[in-house]
Design a protein around this ligand. Structure first.
Ligand SMILES: [Ca+2]
Ligand SMILES: [Ca+2]
Length: 78
């Protein structure tokens, strides 16, 4: 999460809204849409390791589990 939040709170001790991870957002544009679906389908069936963005459920494989999560969050902005 390298997004610049900018500025300072207007009041001391005002909590800063820090975005949480955007589930299903494979390309980190803060929206779950066709671009993420295309990334997932391009990587479909691949055995991935590490932090592959297409492996949404983190099981090391790009498959229906990831597709289900992506579709559950479809069209969400975060
Ligand atoms: Ca996205
Ligand atoms: Ca997976």
């Amino acid at each position: 999460m390298d997004q610049f939040l900018g500025g300072r709170p207007t009041e001391p001790n005002t909590p800063i809204a820090v975005p949480t991870a955007c589930v299903g957002d494979a390309n980190d544009d803060w929206r779950v849409d066709f671009q993420d679906l295309n990334m997932l389908l391009d990587a479909w069936g691949e055995d991935v390791s590490g932090d592959a963005p297409e492996d949404i459920d983190g099981n090391g494989l790009v498959d229906f589990g990831d597709l289900n999560i992506l579709l559950y969050h479809w069209d969400e902005s975060c």
